[in-house]
Design a binder for this molecule. Sequence first.
Ligand SMILES: [Zn+2]
Length: 536
Amino acid sequence: MQPMRIRAGVLAFVCLTATLLITLRAQQPAYDLLLRNAHIVDGTGSPWFKGDLAISGDSIVKIAAVIDQPAARVIDVAGAVVAPGFIDIHTHARRGLLDVPTAPNYVRQGVTTVMEGPDGSSPLPISTFLAQLDRVGKSLNIGTFVGQGSIRDAVVGRVNRPATAQEIQKMSSLAEQAMKDGAFGISTGLFYVPGTFTPTDEVVELARAAARFGGMHESHQRDDAAKVLESVRETIAIGERGGLPTQISHAKVIGQANWGKSADMLRLVEEARTRGVDVTLDQYPYTASSTSIAAALLPAWMLEGGQDALLGRLRDPATRARAKTEVASIIRDERGGGDPKNVQFASCAFDPSLDGRTLADLTIAHGLEPNLENAADTTLWVVEQGGCQGIFHAMSDDDLEHILRYPGTMIASDGEVPIFGRAFPHPRSYGTFARVLGVYVREKNVLTLEDAVRRMSSFPAARLGLLDRGVLRQGMKADIAVFDAATVRDAATYEKPHRYAEGFSCVIVNGQVVFERGEMTASRPGRVLYGPGKGR
Ligand SMILES: [Zn+2]
C-alpha cells in the first residue's frame, strides 16, 4: 500500500500547487497595458470604432468595446485615434540610425518600422548589416532591401557597359544570398550611378533571383522627368518579366514641362494590374525631392568612374563646356525646377554655412547674375568642392494629389534619421506621415482618415509579407500609434526642418511604450525584421 499512499501525497501536492498558482494569477493583472476609450482605426481601411485594446508581452491580446479586467498599466486615450504603427517602406535610415537609434523624427510621427536599402543602394553583405543593427538598442523595427546598384558596383564597378554572362551569374548569386540573409527584396536606383548603366534585361535577371525567395522589387526609376512614362513601363516590365511584385518608389513627375503626366503614369499602372502584373506605388507628400547635387544636376556620363574621374573631366575645357550646357538644361527642365532659386542646399560637408541657402544665393555670392548658365557654373564648382545634398522644388501639387488619390499608392518618407539641429534635411524626414494626416486628410479631404492609415500600415505590411504587423487585431504584434485626428500636423518646413510632428501622444513598439508625454522613453524594443527568404 506504500506506493498508493505516495501517489496520493503527490496528487495532494500537485493540487495545492495548482491552487496556489491560480490564486497568484488572480492577483496578477490580466494584461500588461490597456488602452481605454480609443477610436480604433484598425489599418484595414474599415471605419473607426470605439473600443479598448489590451496588450500582453509584445502582442495585442484583446480588442473589445469595453475591457474590464485589470492591467498593469492603463492609459485612457480619451477618444484619440489608436492605429497600427506606421510602416515606412522606403527610407535612408541607416545614415543616422547608428548615431540616433531612437529615431525620434520617425517615432514622433507614429512610425514603428522602417525599411532600408532603397534606390539600389544597400550595405553588402546584408547579413553583416543586419547583425550590426541587431546589436543596436533601437526604438523601432528595421528591415532592408538589397540594392542592385551595390551588387553591380561590387561585381562590375561604376562603368558604363553591360555585364558579361559570368558577371550576371555572380550578381544573381549575391542577390540570392541577400534574400537568404533576410532582405525583403531587391531595390533599384536606375537613375543613379551605377544603376543607370544597367540594361533592363540585366535587372530582370536579378529580379528573378529575388523572386525565387518571395521578394519584391522597388524602383527609384531611371527618369522621373521627360522619360517618366518609359520609366514606368520599365518598372512594370521588371515585375512582369522578373515574376515578382514591383513598386514605383517615391512616385513623382519632375519638371514643369512634364507636369500632368501622372494621369498617364497611373493609366499604365492600371493597365498592367488589369493584365495581372502586381505593381504598386509609394509617395511622400511634398513637391520637392532630395538627393545629391551631382546625381540630380549632372548628366550620368559625368559621374562614370567616381569622383576622381569626374574631376578629371572638369579639368578638360571642352568637356567642361559640354557639361555646363547639359547642367543648364537640367536646371531648366528637370530637377532644377526652371530656376536656381528652386535648388536648395541640404548639407554641404565642405562648407556647412551653405546649408539652407539656394543655388541662386551662391551664384550671386560668386558675383554672378543667377541665370541658368551661371548657375550651371556654380553647380560644377560645388561638385568640385566635394558636393552637397540638395532639395529640388520641381513637382506640381496636382500630380502629387493625383498620385495620392490612387488606391495603389502607399505612404513612404524617403527620409533619413537626422541629427537634431544639424544641416537642412528635407522636411519629409520629420513630417511625412503627420502631413498626410493633417493636410491631405483633415484640411484637403483628399483621403479619408481610415484610408490614409491603411496606406501607412496594412498596405505596406502586406506588400512586405509582414503578416503579424500593420493591422490591429488579436495576436498581432503591438506596434501602435496614438494621435489626435483634430490636431495632428507636420511642423517641419524647408526653412525650419528640425521640428517634430505634433498630435501624437503615445507610440508603442513590440508592446513597449517608446514615446509618451512629449518624450522618448528609455525602452528600446525595436527589432530587426527579416524577409521571406530568411534561412531558406
Ligand atoms: Zn530614391
